[in-house]
Design a binder for this molecule. Structure first.
Ligand SMILES: Cc1cc2nc3c(=O)[nH]c(=O)nc-3n(C[C@H](O)[C@H](O)[C@H](O)COP(=O)(O)OP(=O)(O)OC[C@H]3O[C@@H](n4cnc5c(N)ncnc54)[C@H](O)[C@@H]3O)c2cc1C
Length: 678
């Protein structure tokens, strides 16, 4: 590391805030994964301004930099390129405000997750995401990885609870964004971007009132299948517990030897269940769950009778990782996710892999979300065993992808899973991710070697058909692709319209792609509670159709689903929280595909969320995968869409960056956006 760089950092941040000794650097060479690389320097800023100044120095010296919270991520996400700069945010650790009336809190990124929980408890409030690492991990890291946790089944993951952000961008400038802003959901893009788009310096989170009652149960099962079947049955019965955590026998035995939580060590699987809400309901749900457990062969049904017993049961679950870590020098925690109904198959295949590779493995699953953690123990000094474990991990992720799932439910991609991103995303989609990254970080200095695989040659543009004109109704994705290619070949532009109910004014002579023919139901998975369908489907008719089947969409509004998403017309619940996957036609006439029919998925940028409020300026949404619910929404509130002037939005510059990544030629809905500021 050049001494002039270190001097410049010390001068900018003051004495004692820059670490460069060999011992210090070694402590920052790794996180909770296996990847190790020695950084050139570590800075410990105390304010957002200091973060910006440190980034300024890194840019001046062309040194890559990486934000680090507690370093508990399990994917090598905070390992800087050799000689790079680590920005350790532990000293930005103040809870800035708690607004109990609005149920919002502003925190700095270094606040430890559990500290926020403790600060909120006396006010009768809580912050829902509670990773099992919550004693150590920070809110900034949770934002970076879009962390989940054992209670996320009912309440959702970090992206459901972050309402605004301030972040220092890779160019050293500061941006402030909020989910309430008109335009693209930039907050949603930043959450889960693994520190590749900048460094969060202030985070606003939504708070929830503590429930009146909580009931916690532990049940033993004769097989993993039986435990998982109980999970599916519970959700199908219209009960959404806060927690449905499955642990296998290997894990339970390790846990018992470590924390003595009273878990039944002879069971093949145990299920930890928690429900909360008004007492009348928790008692009713507890009774139903007990009956479902019995039906599936569950025994030894235990109910925590008081807070101490509840805490003991949780100690067992939270102790699972350290309990496995006691058994060998290293644990590799994989993190795959599948549609919930494919869990038994995933478990079978993952176990077969571990057996074939002669590995010691315990299994934990956030089963309600279909999220599996195979924990493989080994000794990294044994290179052969380590290679076997890593190969097995990759094979297990491949199983998840093949079963319609994803390579990460909550831990992120980091350095470890970059290559596996190719299994999940097409070259055009990966190329879009690269464009988004480039738009924010053209010099590729901000956590440069994470999340997106290295080189991916996207196929050259395919030729379109003859020049289209007028109103053009498409009835298949292929027709939409052809149409956009034809427009691209003419260097023309295109308006996108659903039922035309949002009053978008379209100049005469510009072709209009009408989506209402994209209205097929492509996959209605009642057991998994997901629906994949054409984006031109009309919501009111769809609602009626589903209700006849006892199913509900928690989306408000009138018109096509594509129109409701694009105009952000579903105020409560917000559309983004119901959206699991999306396909769109890009300005190159390629099919972009994000997400899957899984409840949690943190692979890649959450680009699907950008389409909310985009008013058709990013591409033609052709398909969506949505959550279904066995019960109607408690509140369904639509808003009257107001067309924003994208060039005048407070975050206009960020909107231009996104637009330039998605649609540099301004092909889609061209009058709404003047990306180059004219
Ligand atoms: C025992 C154990 C249990 C775990 N249980 C869970 C679990 O239940 N659920 C779960 O989701 N994860 C879990 N994890 C993984 C890990 O704790 C989470 O990924 C957590 O969110 C990381 O927080 P951190 O503060 O340690 O972040 P770090 O590891 O320091 O950073 C994580 C990522 O976020 C980026 N980042 C950090 N701070 C910022 C910032 N201010 N701005 C922008 N980017 C930033 C980093 O560059 C990095 O890419 C577990 C890990 C362990 C070891």
């Amino acid at each position: 590391m050049s001494s002039s760089f270190l001097k410049a950092l010390s001068k900018t941040l003051g004495p004692g805030r820059v670490l460069s000794g060999a011992g210090d650097l070694f402590s920052y060479a790794y996180d909770a994964a296996l990847e190790k690389r020695l950084p050139g320097a570590v800075v410990l800023p105390r304010t957002a301004e200091e973060v910006a100044r440190a980034i300024g120095v890194a840019r001046e010296f062309n040194v890559p930099f990486v934000a680090r919270g507690a370093g508990t991520n399990l994917c090598g996400g905070t390992v800087a390129p050799t000689g790079g700069l680590v920005i350790h945010l532990s000293r930005l650790n103040r809870i800035l405000s708690i607004d109990a009336a609005r149920r919002r809190a502003w925190v700095e990124p270094g606040v430890v997750n559990l500290h926020l929980h403790r600060a909120l408890a006396p006010r009768g409030l809580f912050y829902a995401p509670d990773p099992a690492s919550q004693k150590a991990c920070t809110l900034g890291g949770n934002v970076g990885t879009n962390a989940g946790g054992p209670h996320c089944l009912k309440y959702g993951v970090t992206s459901h609870h972050v309402t605004a952000l301030e972040w220092v961008r890779p160019d050293g400038e500061t941006s402030r964004v909020s989910v309430d802003d008109p335009g693209f959901d930039l907050t949603g893009l930043f959450v889960g971007s693994e520190g590749t788009l900048g460094v969060a310096t202030k985070i606003e989170v939504a708070l929830l009132p503590q429930p009146e009652d909580v009931q916690t149960f532990l049940v033993a099962f004769p097989s993993m299948d039986a435990a998982v079947q109980t999970v599916t049955d519970t959700i199908a019965a219209g009960i959404v517990p806060t927690t449905l955590e499955v642990m296998d026998r290997v894990t339970v035995q390790a846990v018992e030897a470590f924390v003595h939580a009273g878990y039944p060590t002879e069971a093949e699987a145990v299920l930890l269940i928690e429900v909360d809400g008004p007492q009348e309901r928790t008692i009713f749900e507890g009774d139903r769950i007990r009956a479902l457990c019995a039906k599936n062969g569950g025994t030894d049904f235990r109910t925590a009778r008081n807070e101490a017993e509840r805490e003991k049961l949780w100690e067992g679950r939270r102790g699972a990782y350290p309990a496995m870590a006691r058994l060998a020098p290293n644990v590799l925690v994989e993190d795959g996710v599948v549609p919930r109904t494919r869990l038994p198959e995933a478990v079978r295949q993952i176990r077969a892999i571990a057996q074939r590779k002669n590995l010691r493995m315990g299994l934990i699953a956030h089963a309600g979300d279909g999220n599996l953690h195979p924990n493989m123990i080994f000794d990294e000094r044994d290179k052969v065993e380590t290679a076997r474990v890593q190969e097995a991990g990759q094979e297990m992720l491949r199983v998840c992808v093949d079963l319609g799932g994803s390579i990460s439910g909550e831990h992120g991609i980091g350095a470890d899973k970059r290559d596996a991103m190719r299994w999940l995303f097409s070259p055009p989609t990966l190329s879009l991710f690269r464009e988004v990254k480039r738009a924010f970080d053209p010099d590729n200095l901000c956590n440069p070697d994470k999340l997106i695989p290295v080189v991916e040659s996207a196929p050259g543009p395919r030729a379109g058909g003859p020049a289209p004109a007028g109103e053009l109704a498409v009835s298949s994705v292929e027709e939409a692709l052809d149409l956009v290619r034809a427009i691209r070949d003419q260097r023309g532009s295109l308006f996108i319209q659903g039922l035309g109910s949002k009053g978008l004014s379209i100049p005469a002579g510009v072709p209009v792609l009408v989506t209402t023919g994209l209205n097929a139901i492509l996959d209605l998975d009642r057991a998994n509670l997901t629906l994949t369908l054409g984006a031109g489907s009309d919501l009111p008719s769809l609602r009626a159709l589903l209700a006849a089947d006892g199913l509900h969409l928690h989306v408000a509004g009138e018109g096509t689903l594509g129109g409701i998403l694009s105009t952000n017309a579903s105020r409560r619940p917000p559309f983004r929280n119901q959206l699991l996957g999306l396909k769109a036609v890009s300005e190159e006439g390629e099919l972009l595909s994000f997400g899957a029919k899984v409840m949690k998925n943190v692979a890649g940028y959450d680009a699907a969320r950008l389409f909310q409020g985009a008013w058709g300026t990013l591409g033609v949404v052709v398909e969506m995968t949505l959550r279904l619910h066995p019960l109607p929404a408690e509140v369904l509130e639509a808003s009257i869409p107001v067309l924003p002037n994208f060039s005048l939005l407070p975050a206009a510059e960020l909107h231009r960056k996104i637009k330039s990544a998605f649609d540099p030629r301004n092909l889609f809905n061209p009058t709404l956006f003047s990306p180059y500021g004219d």
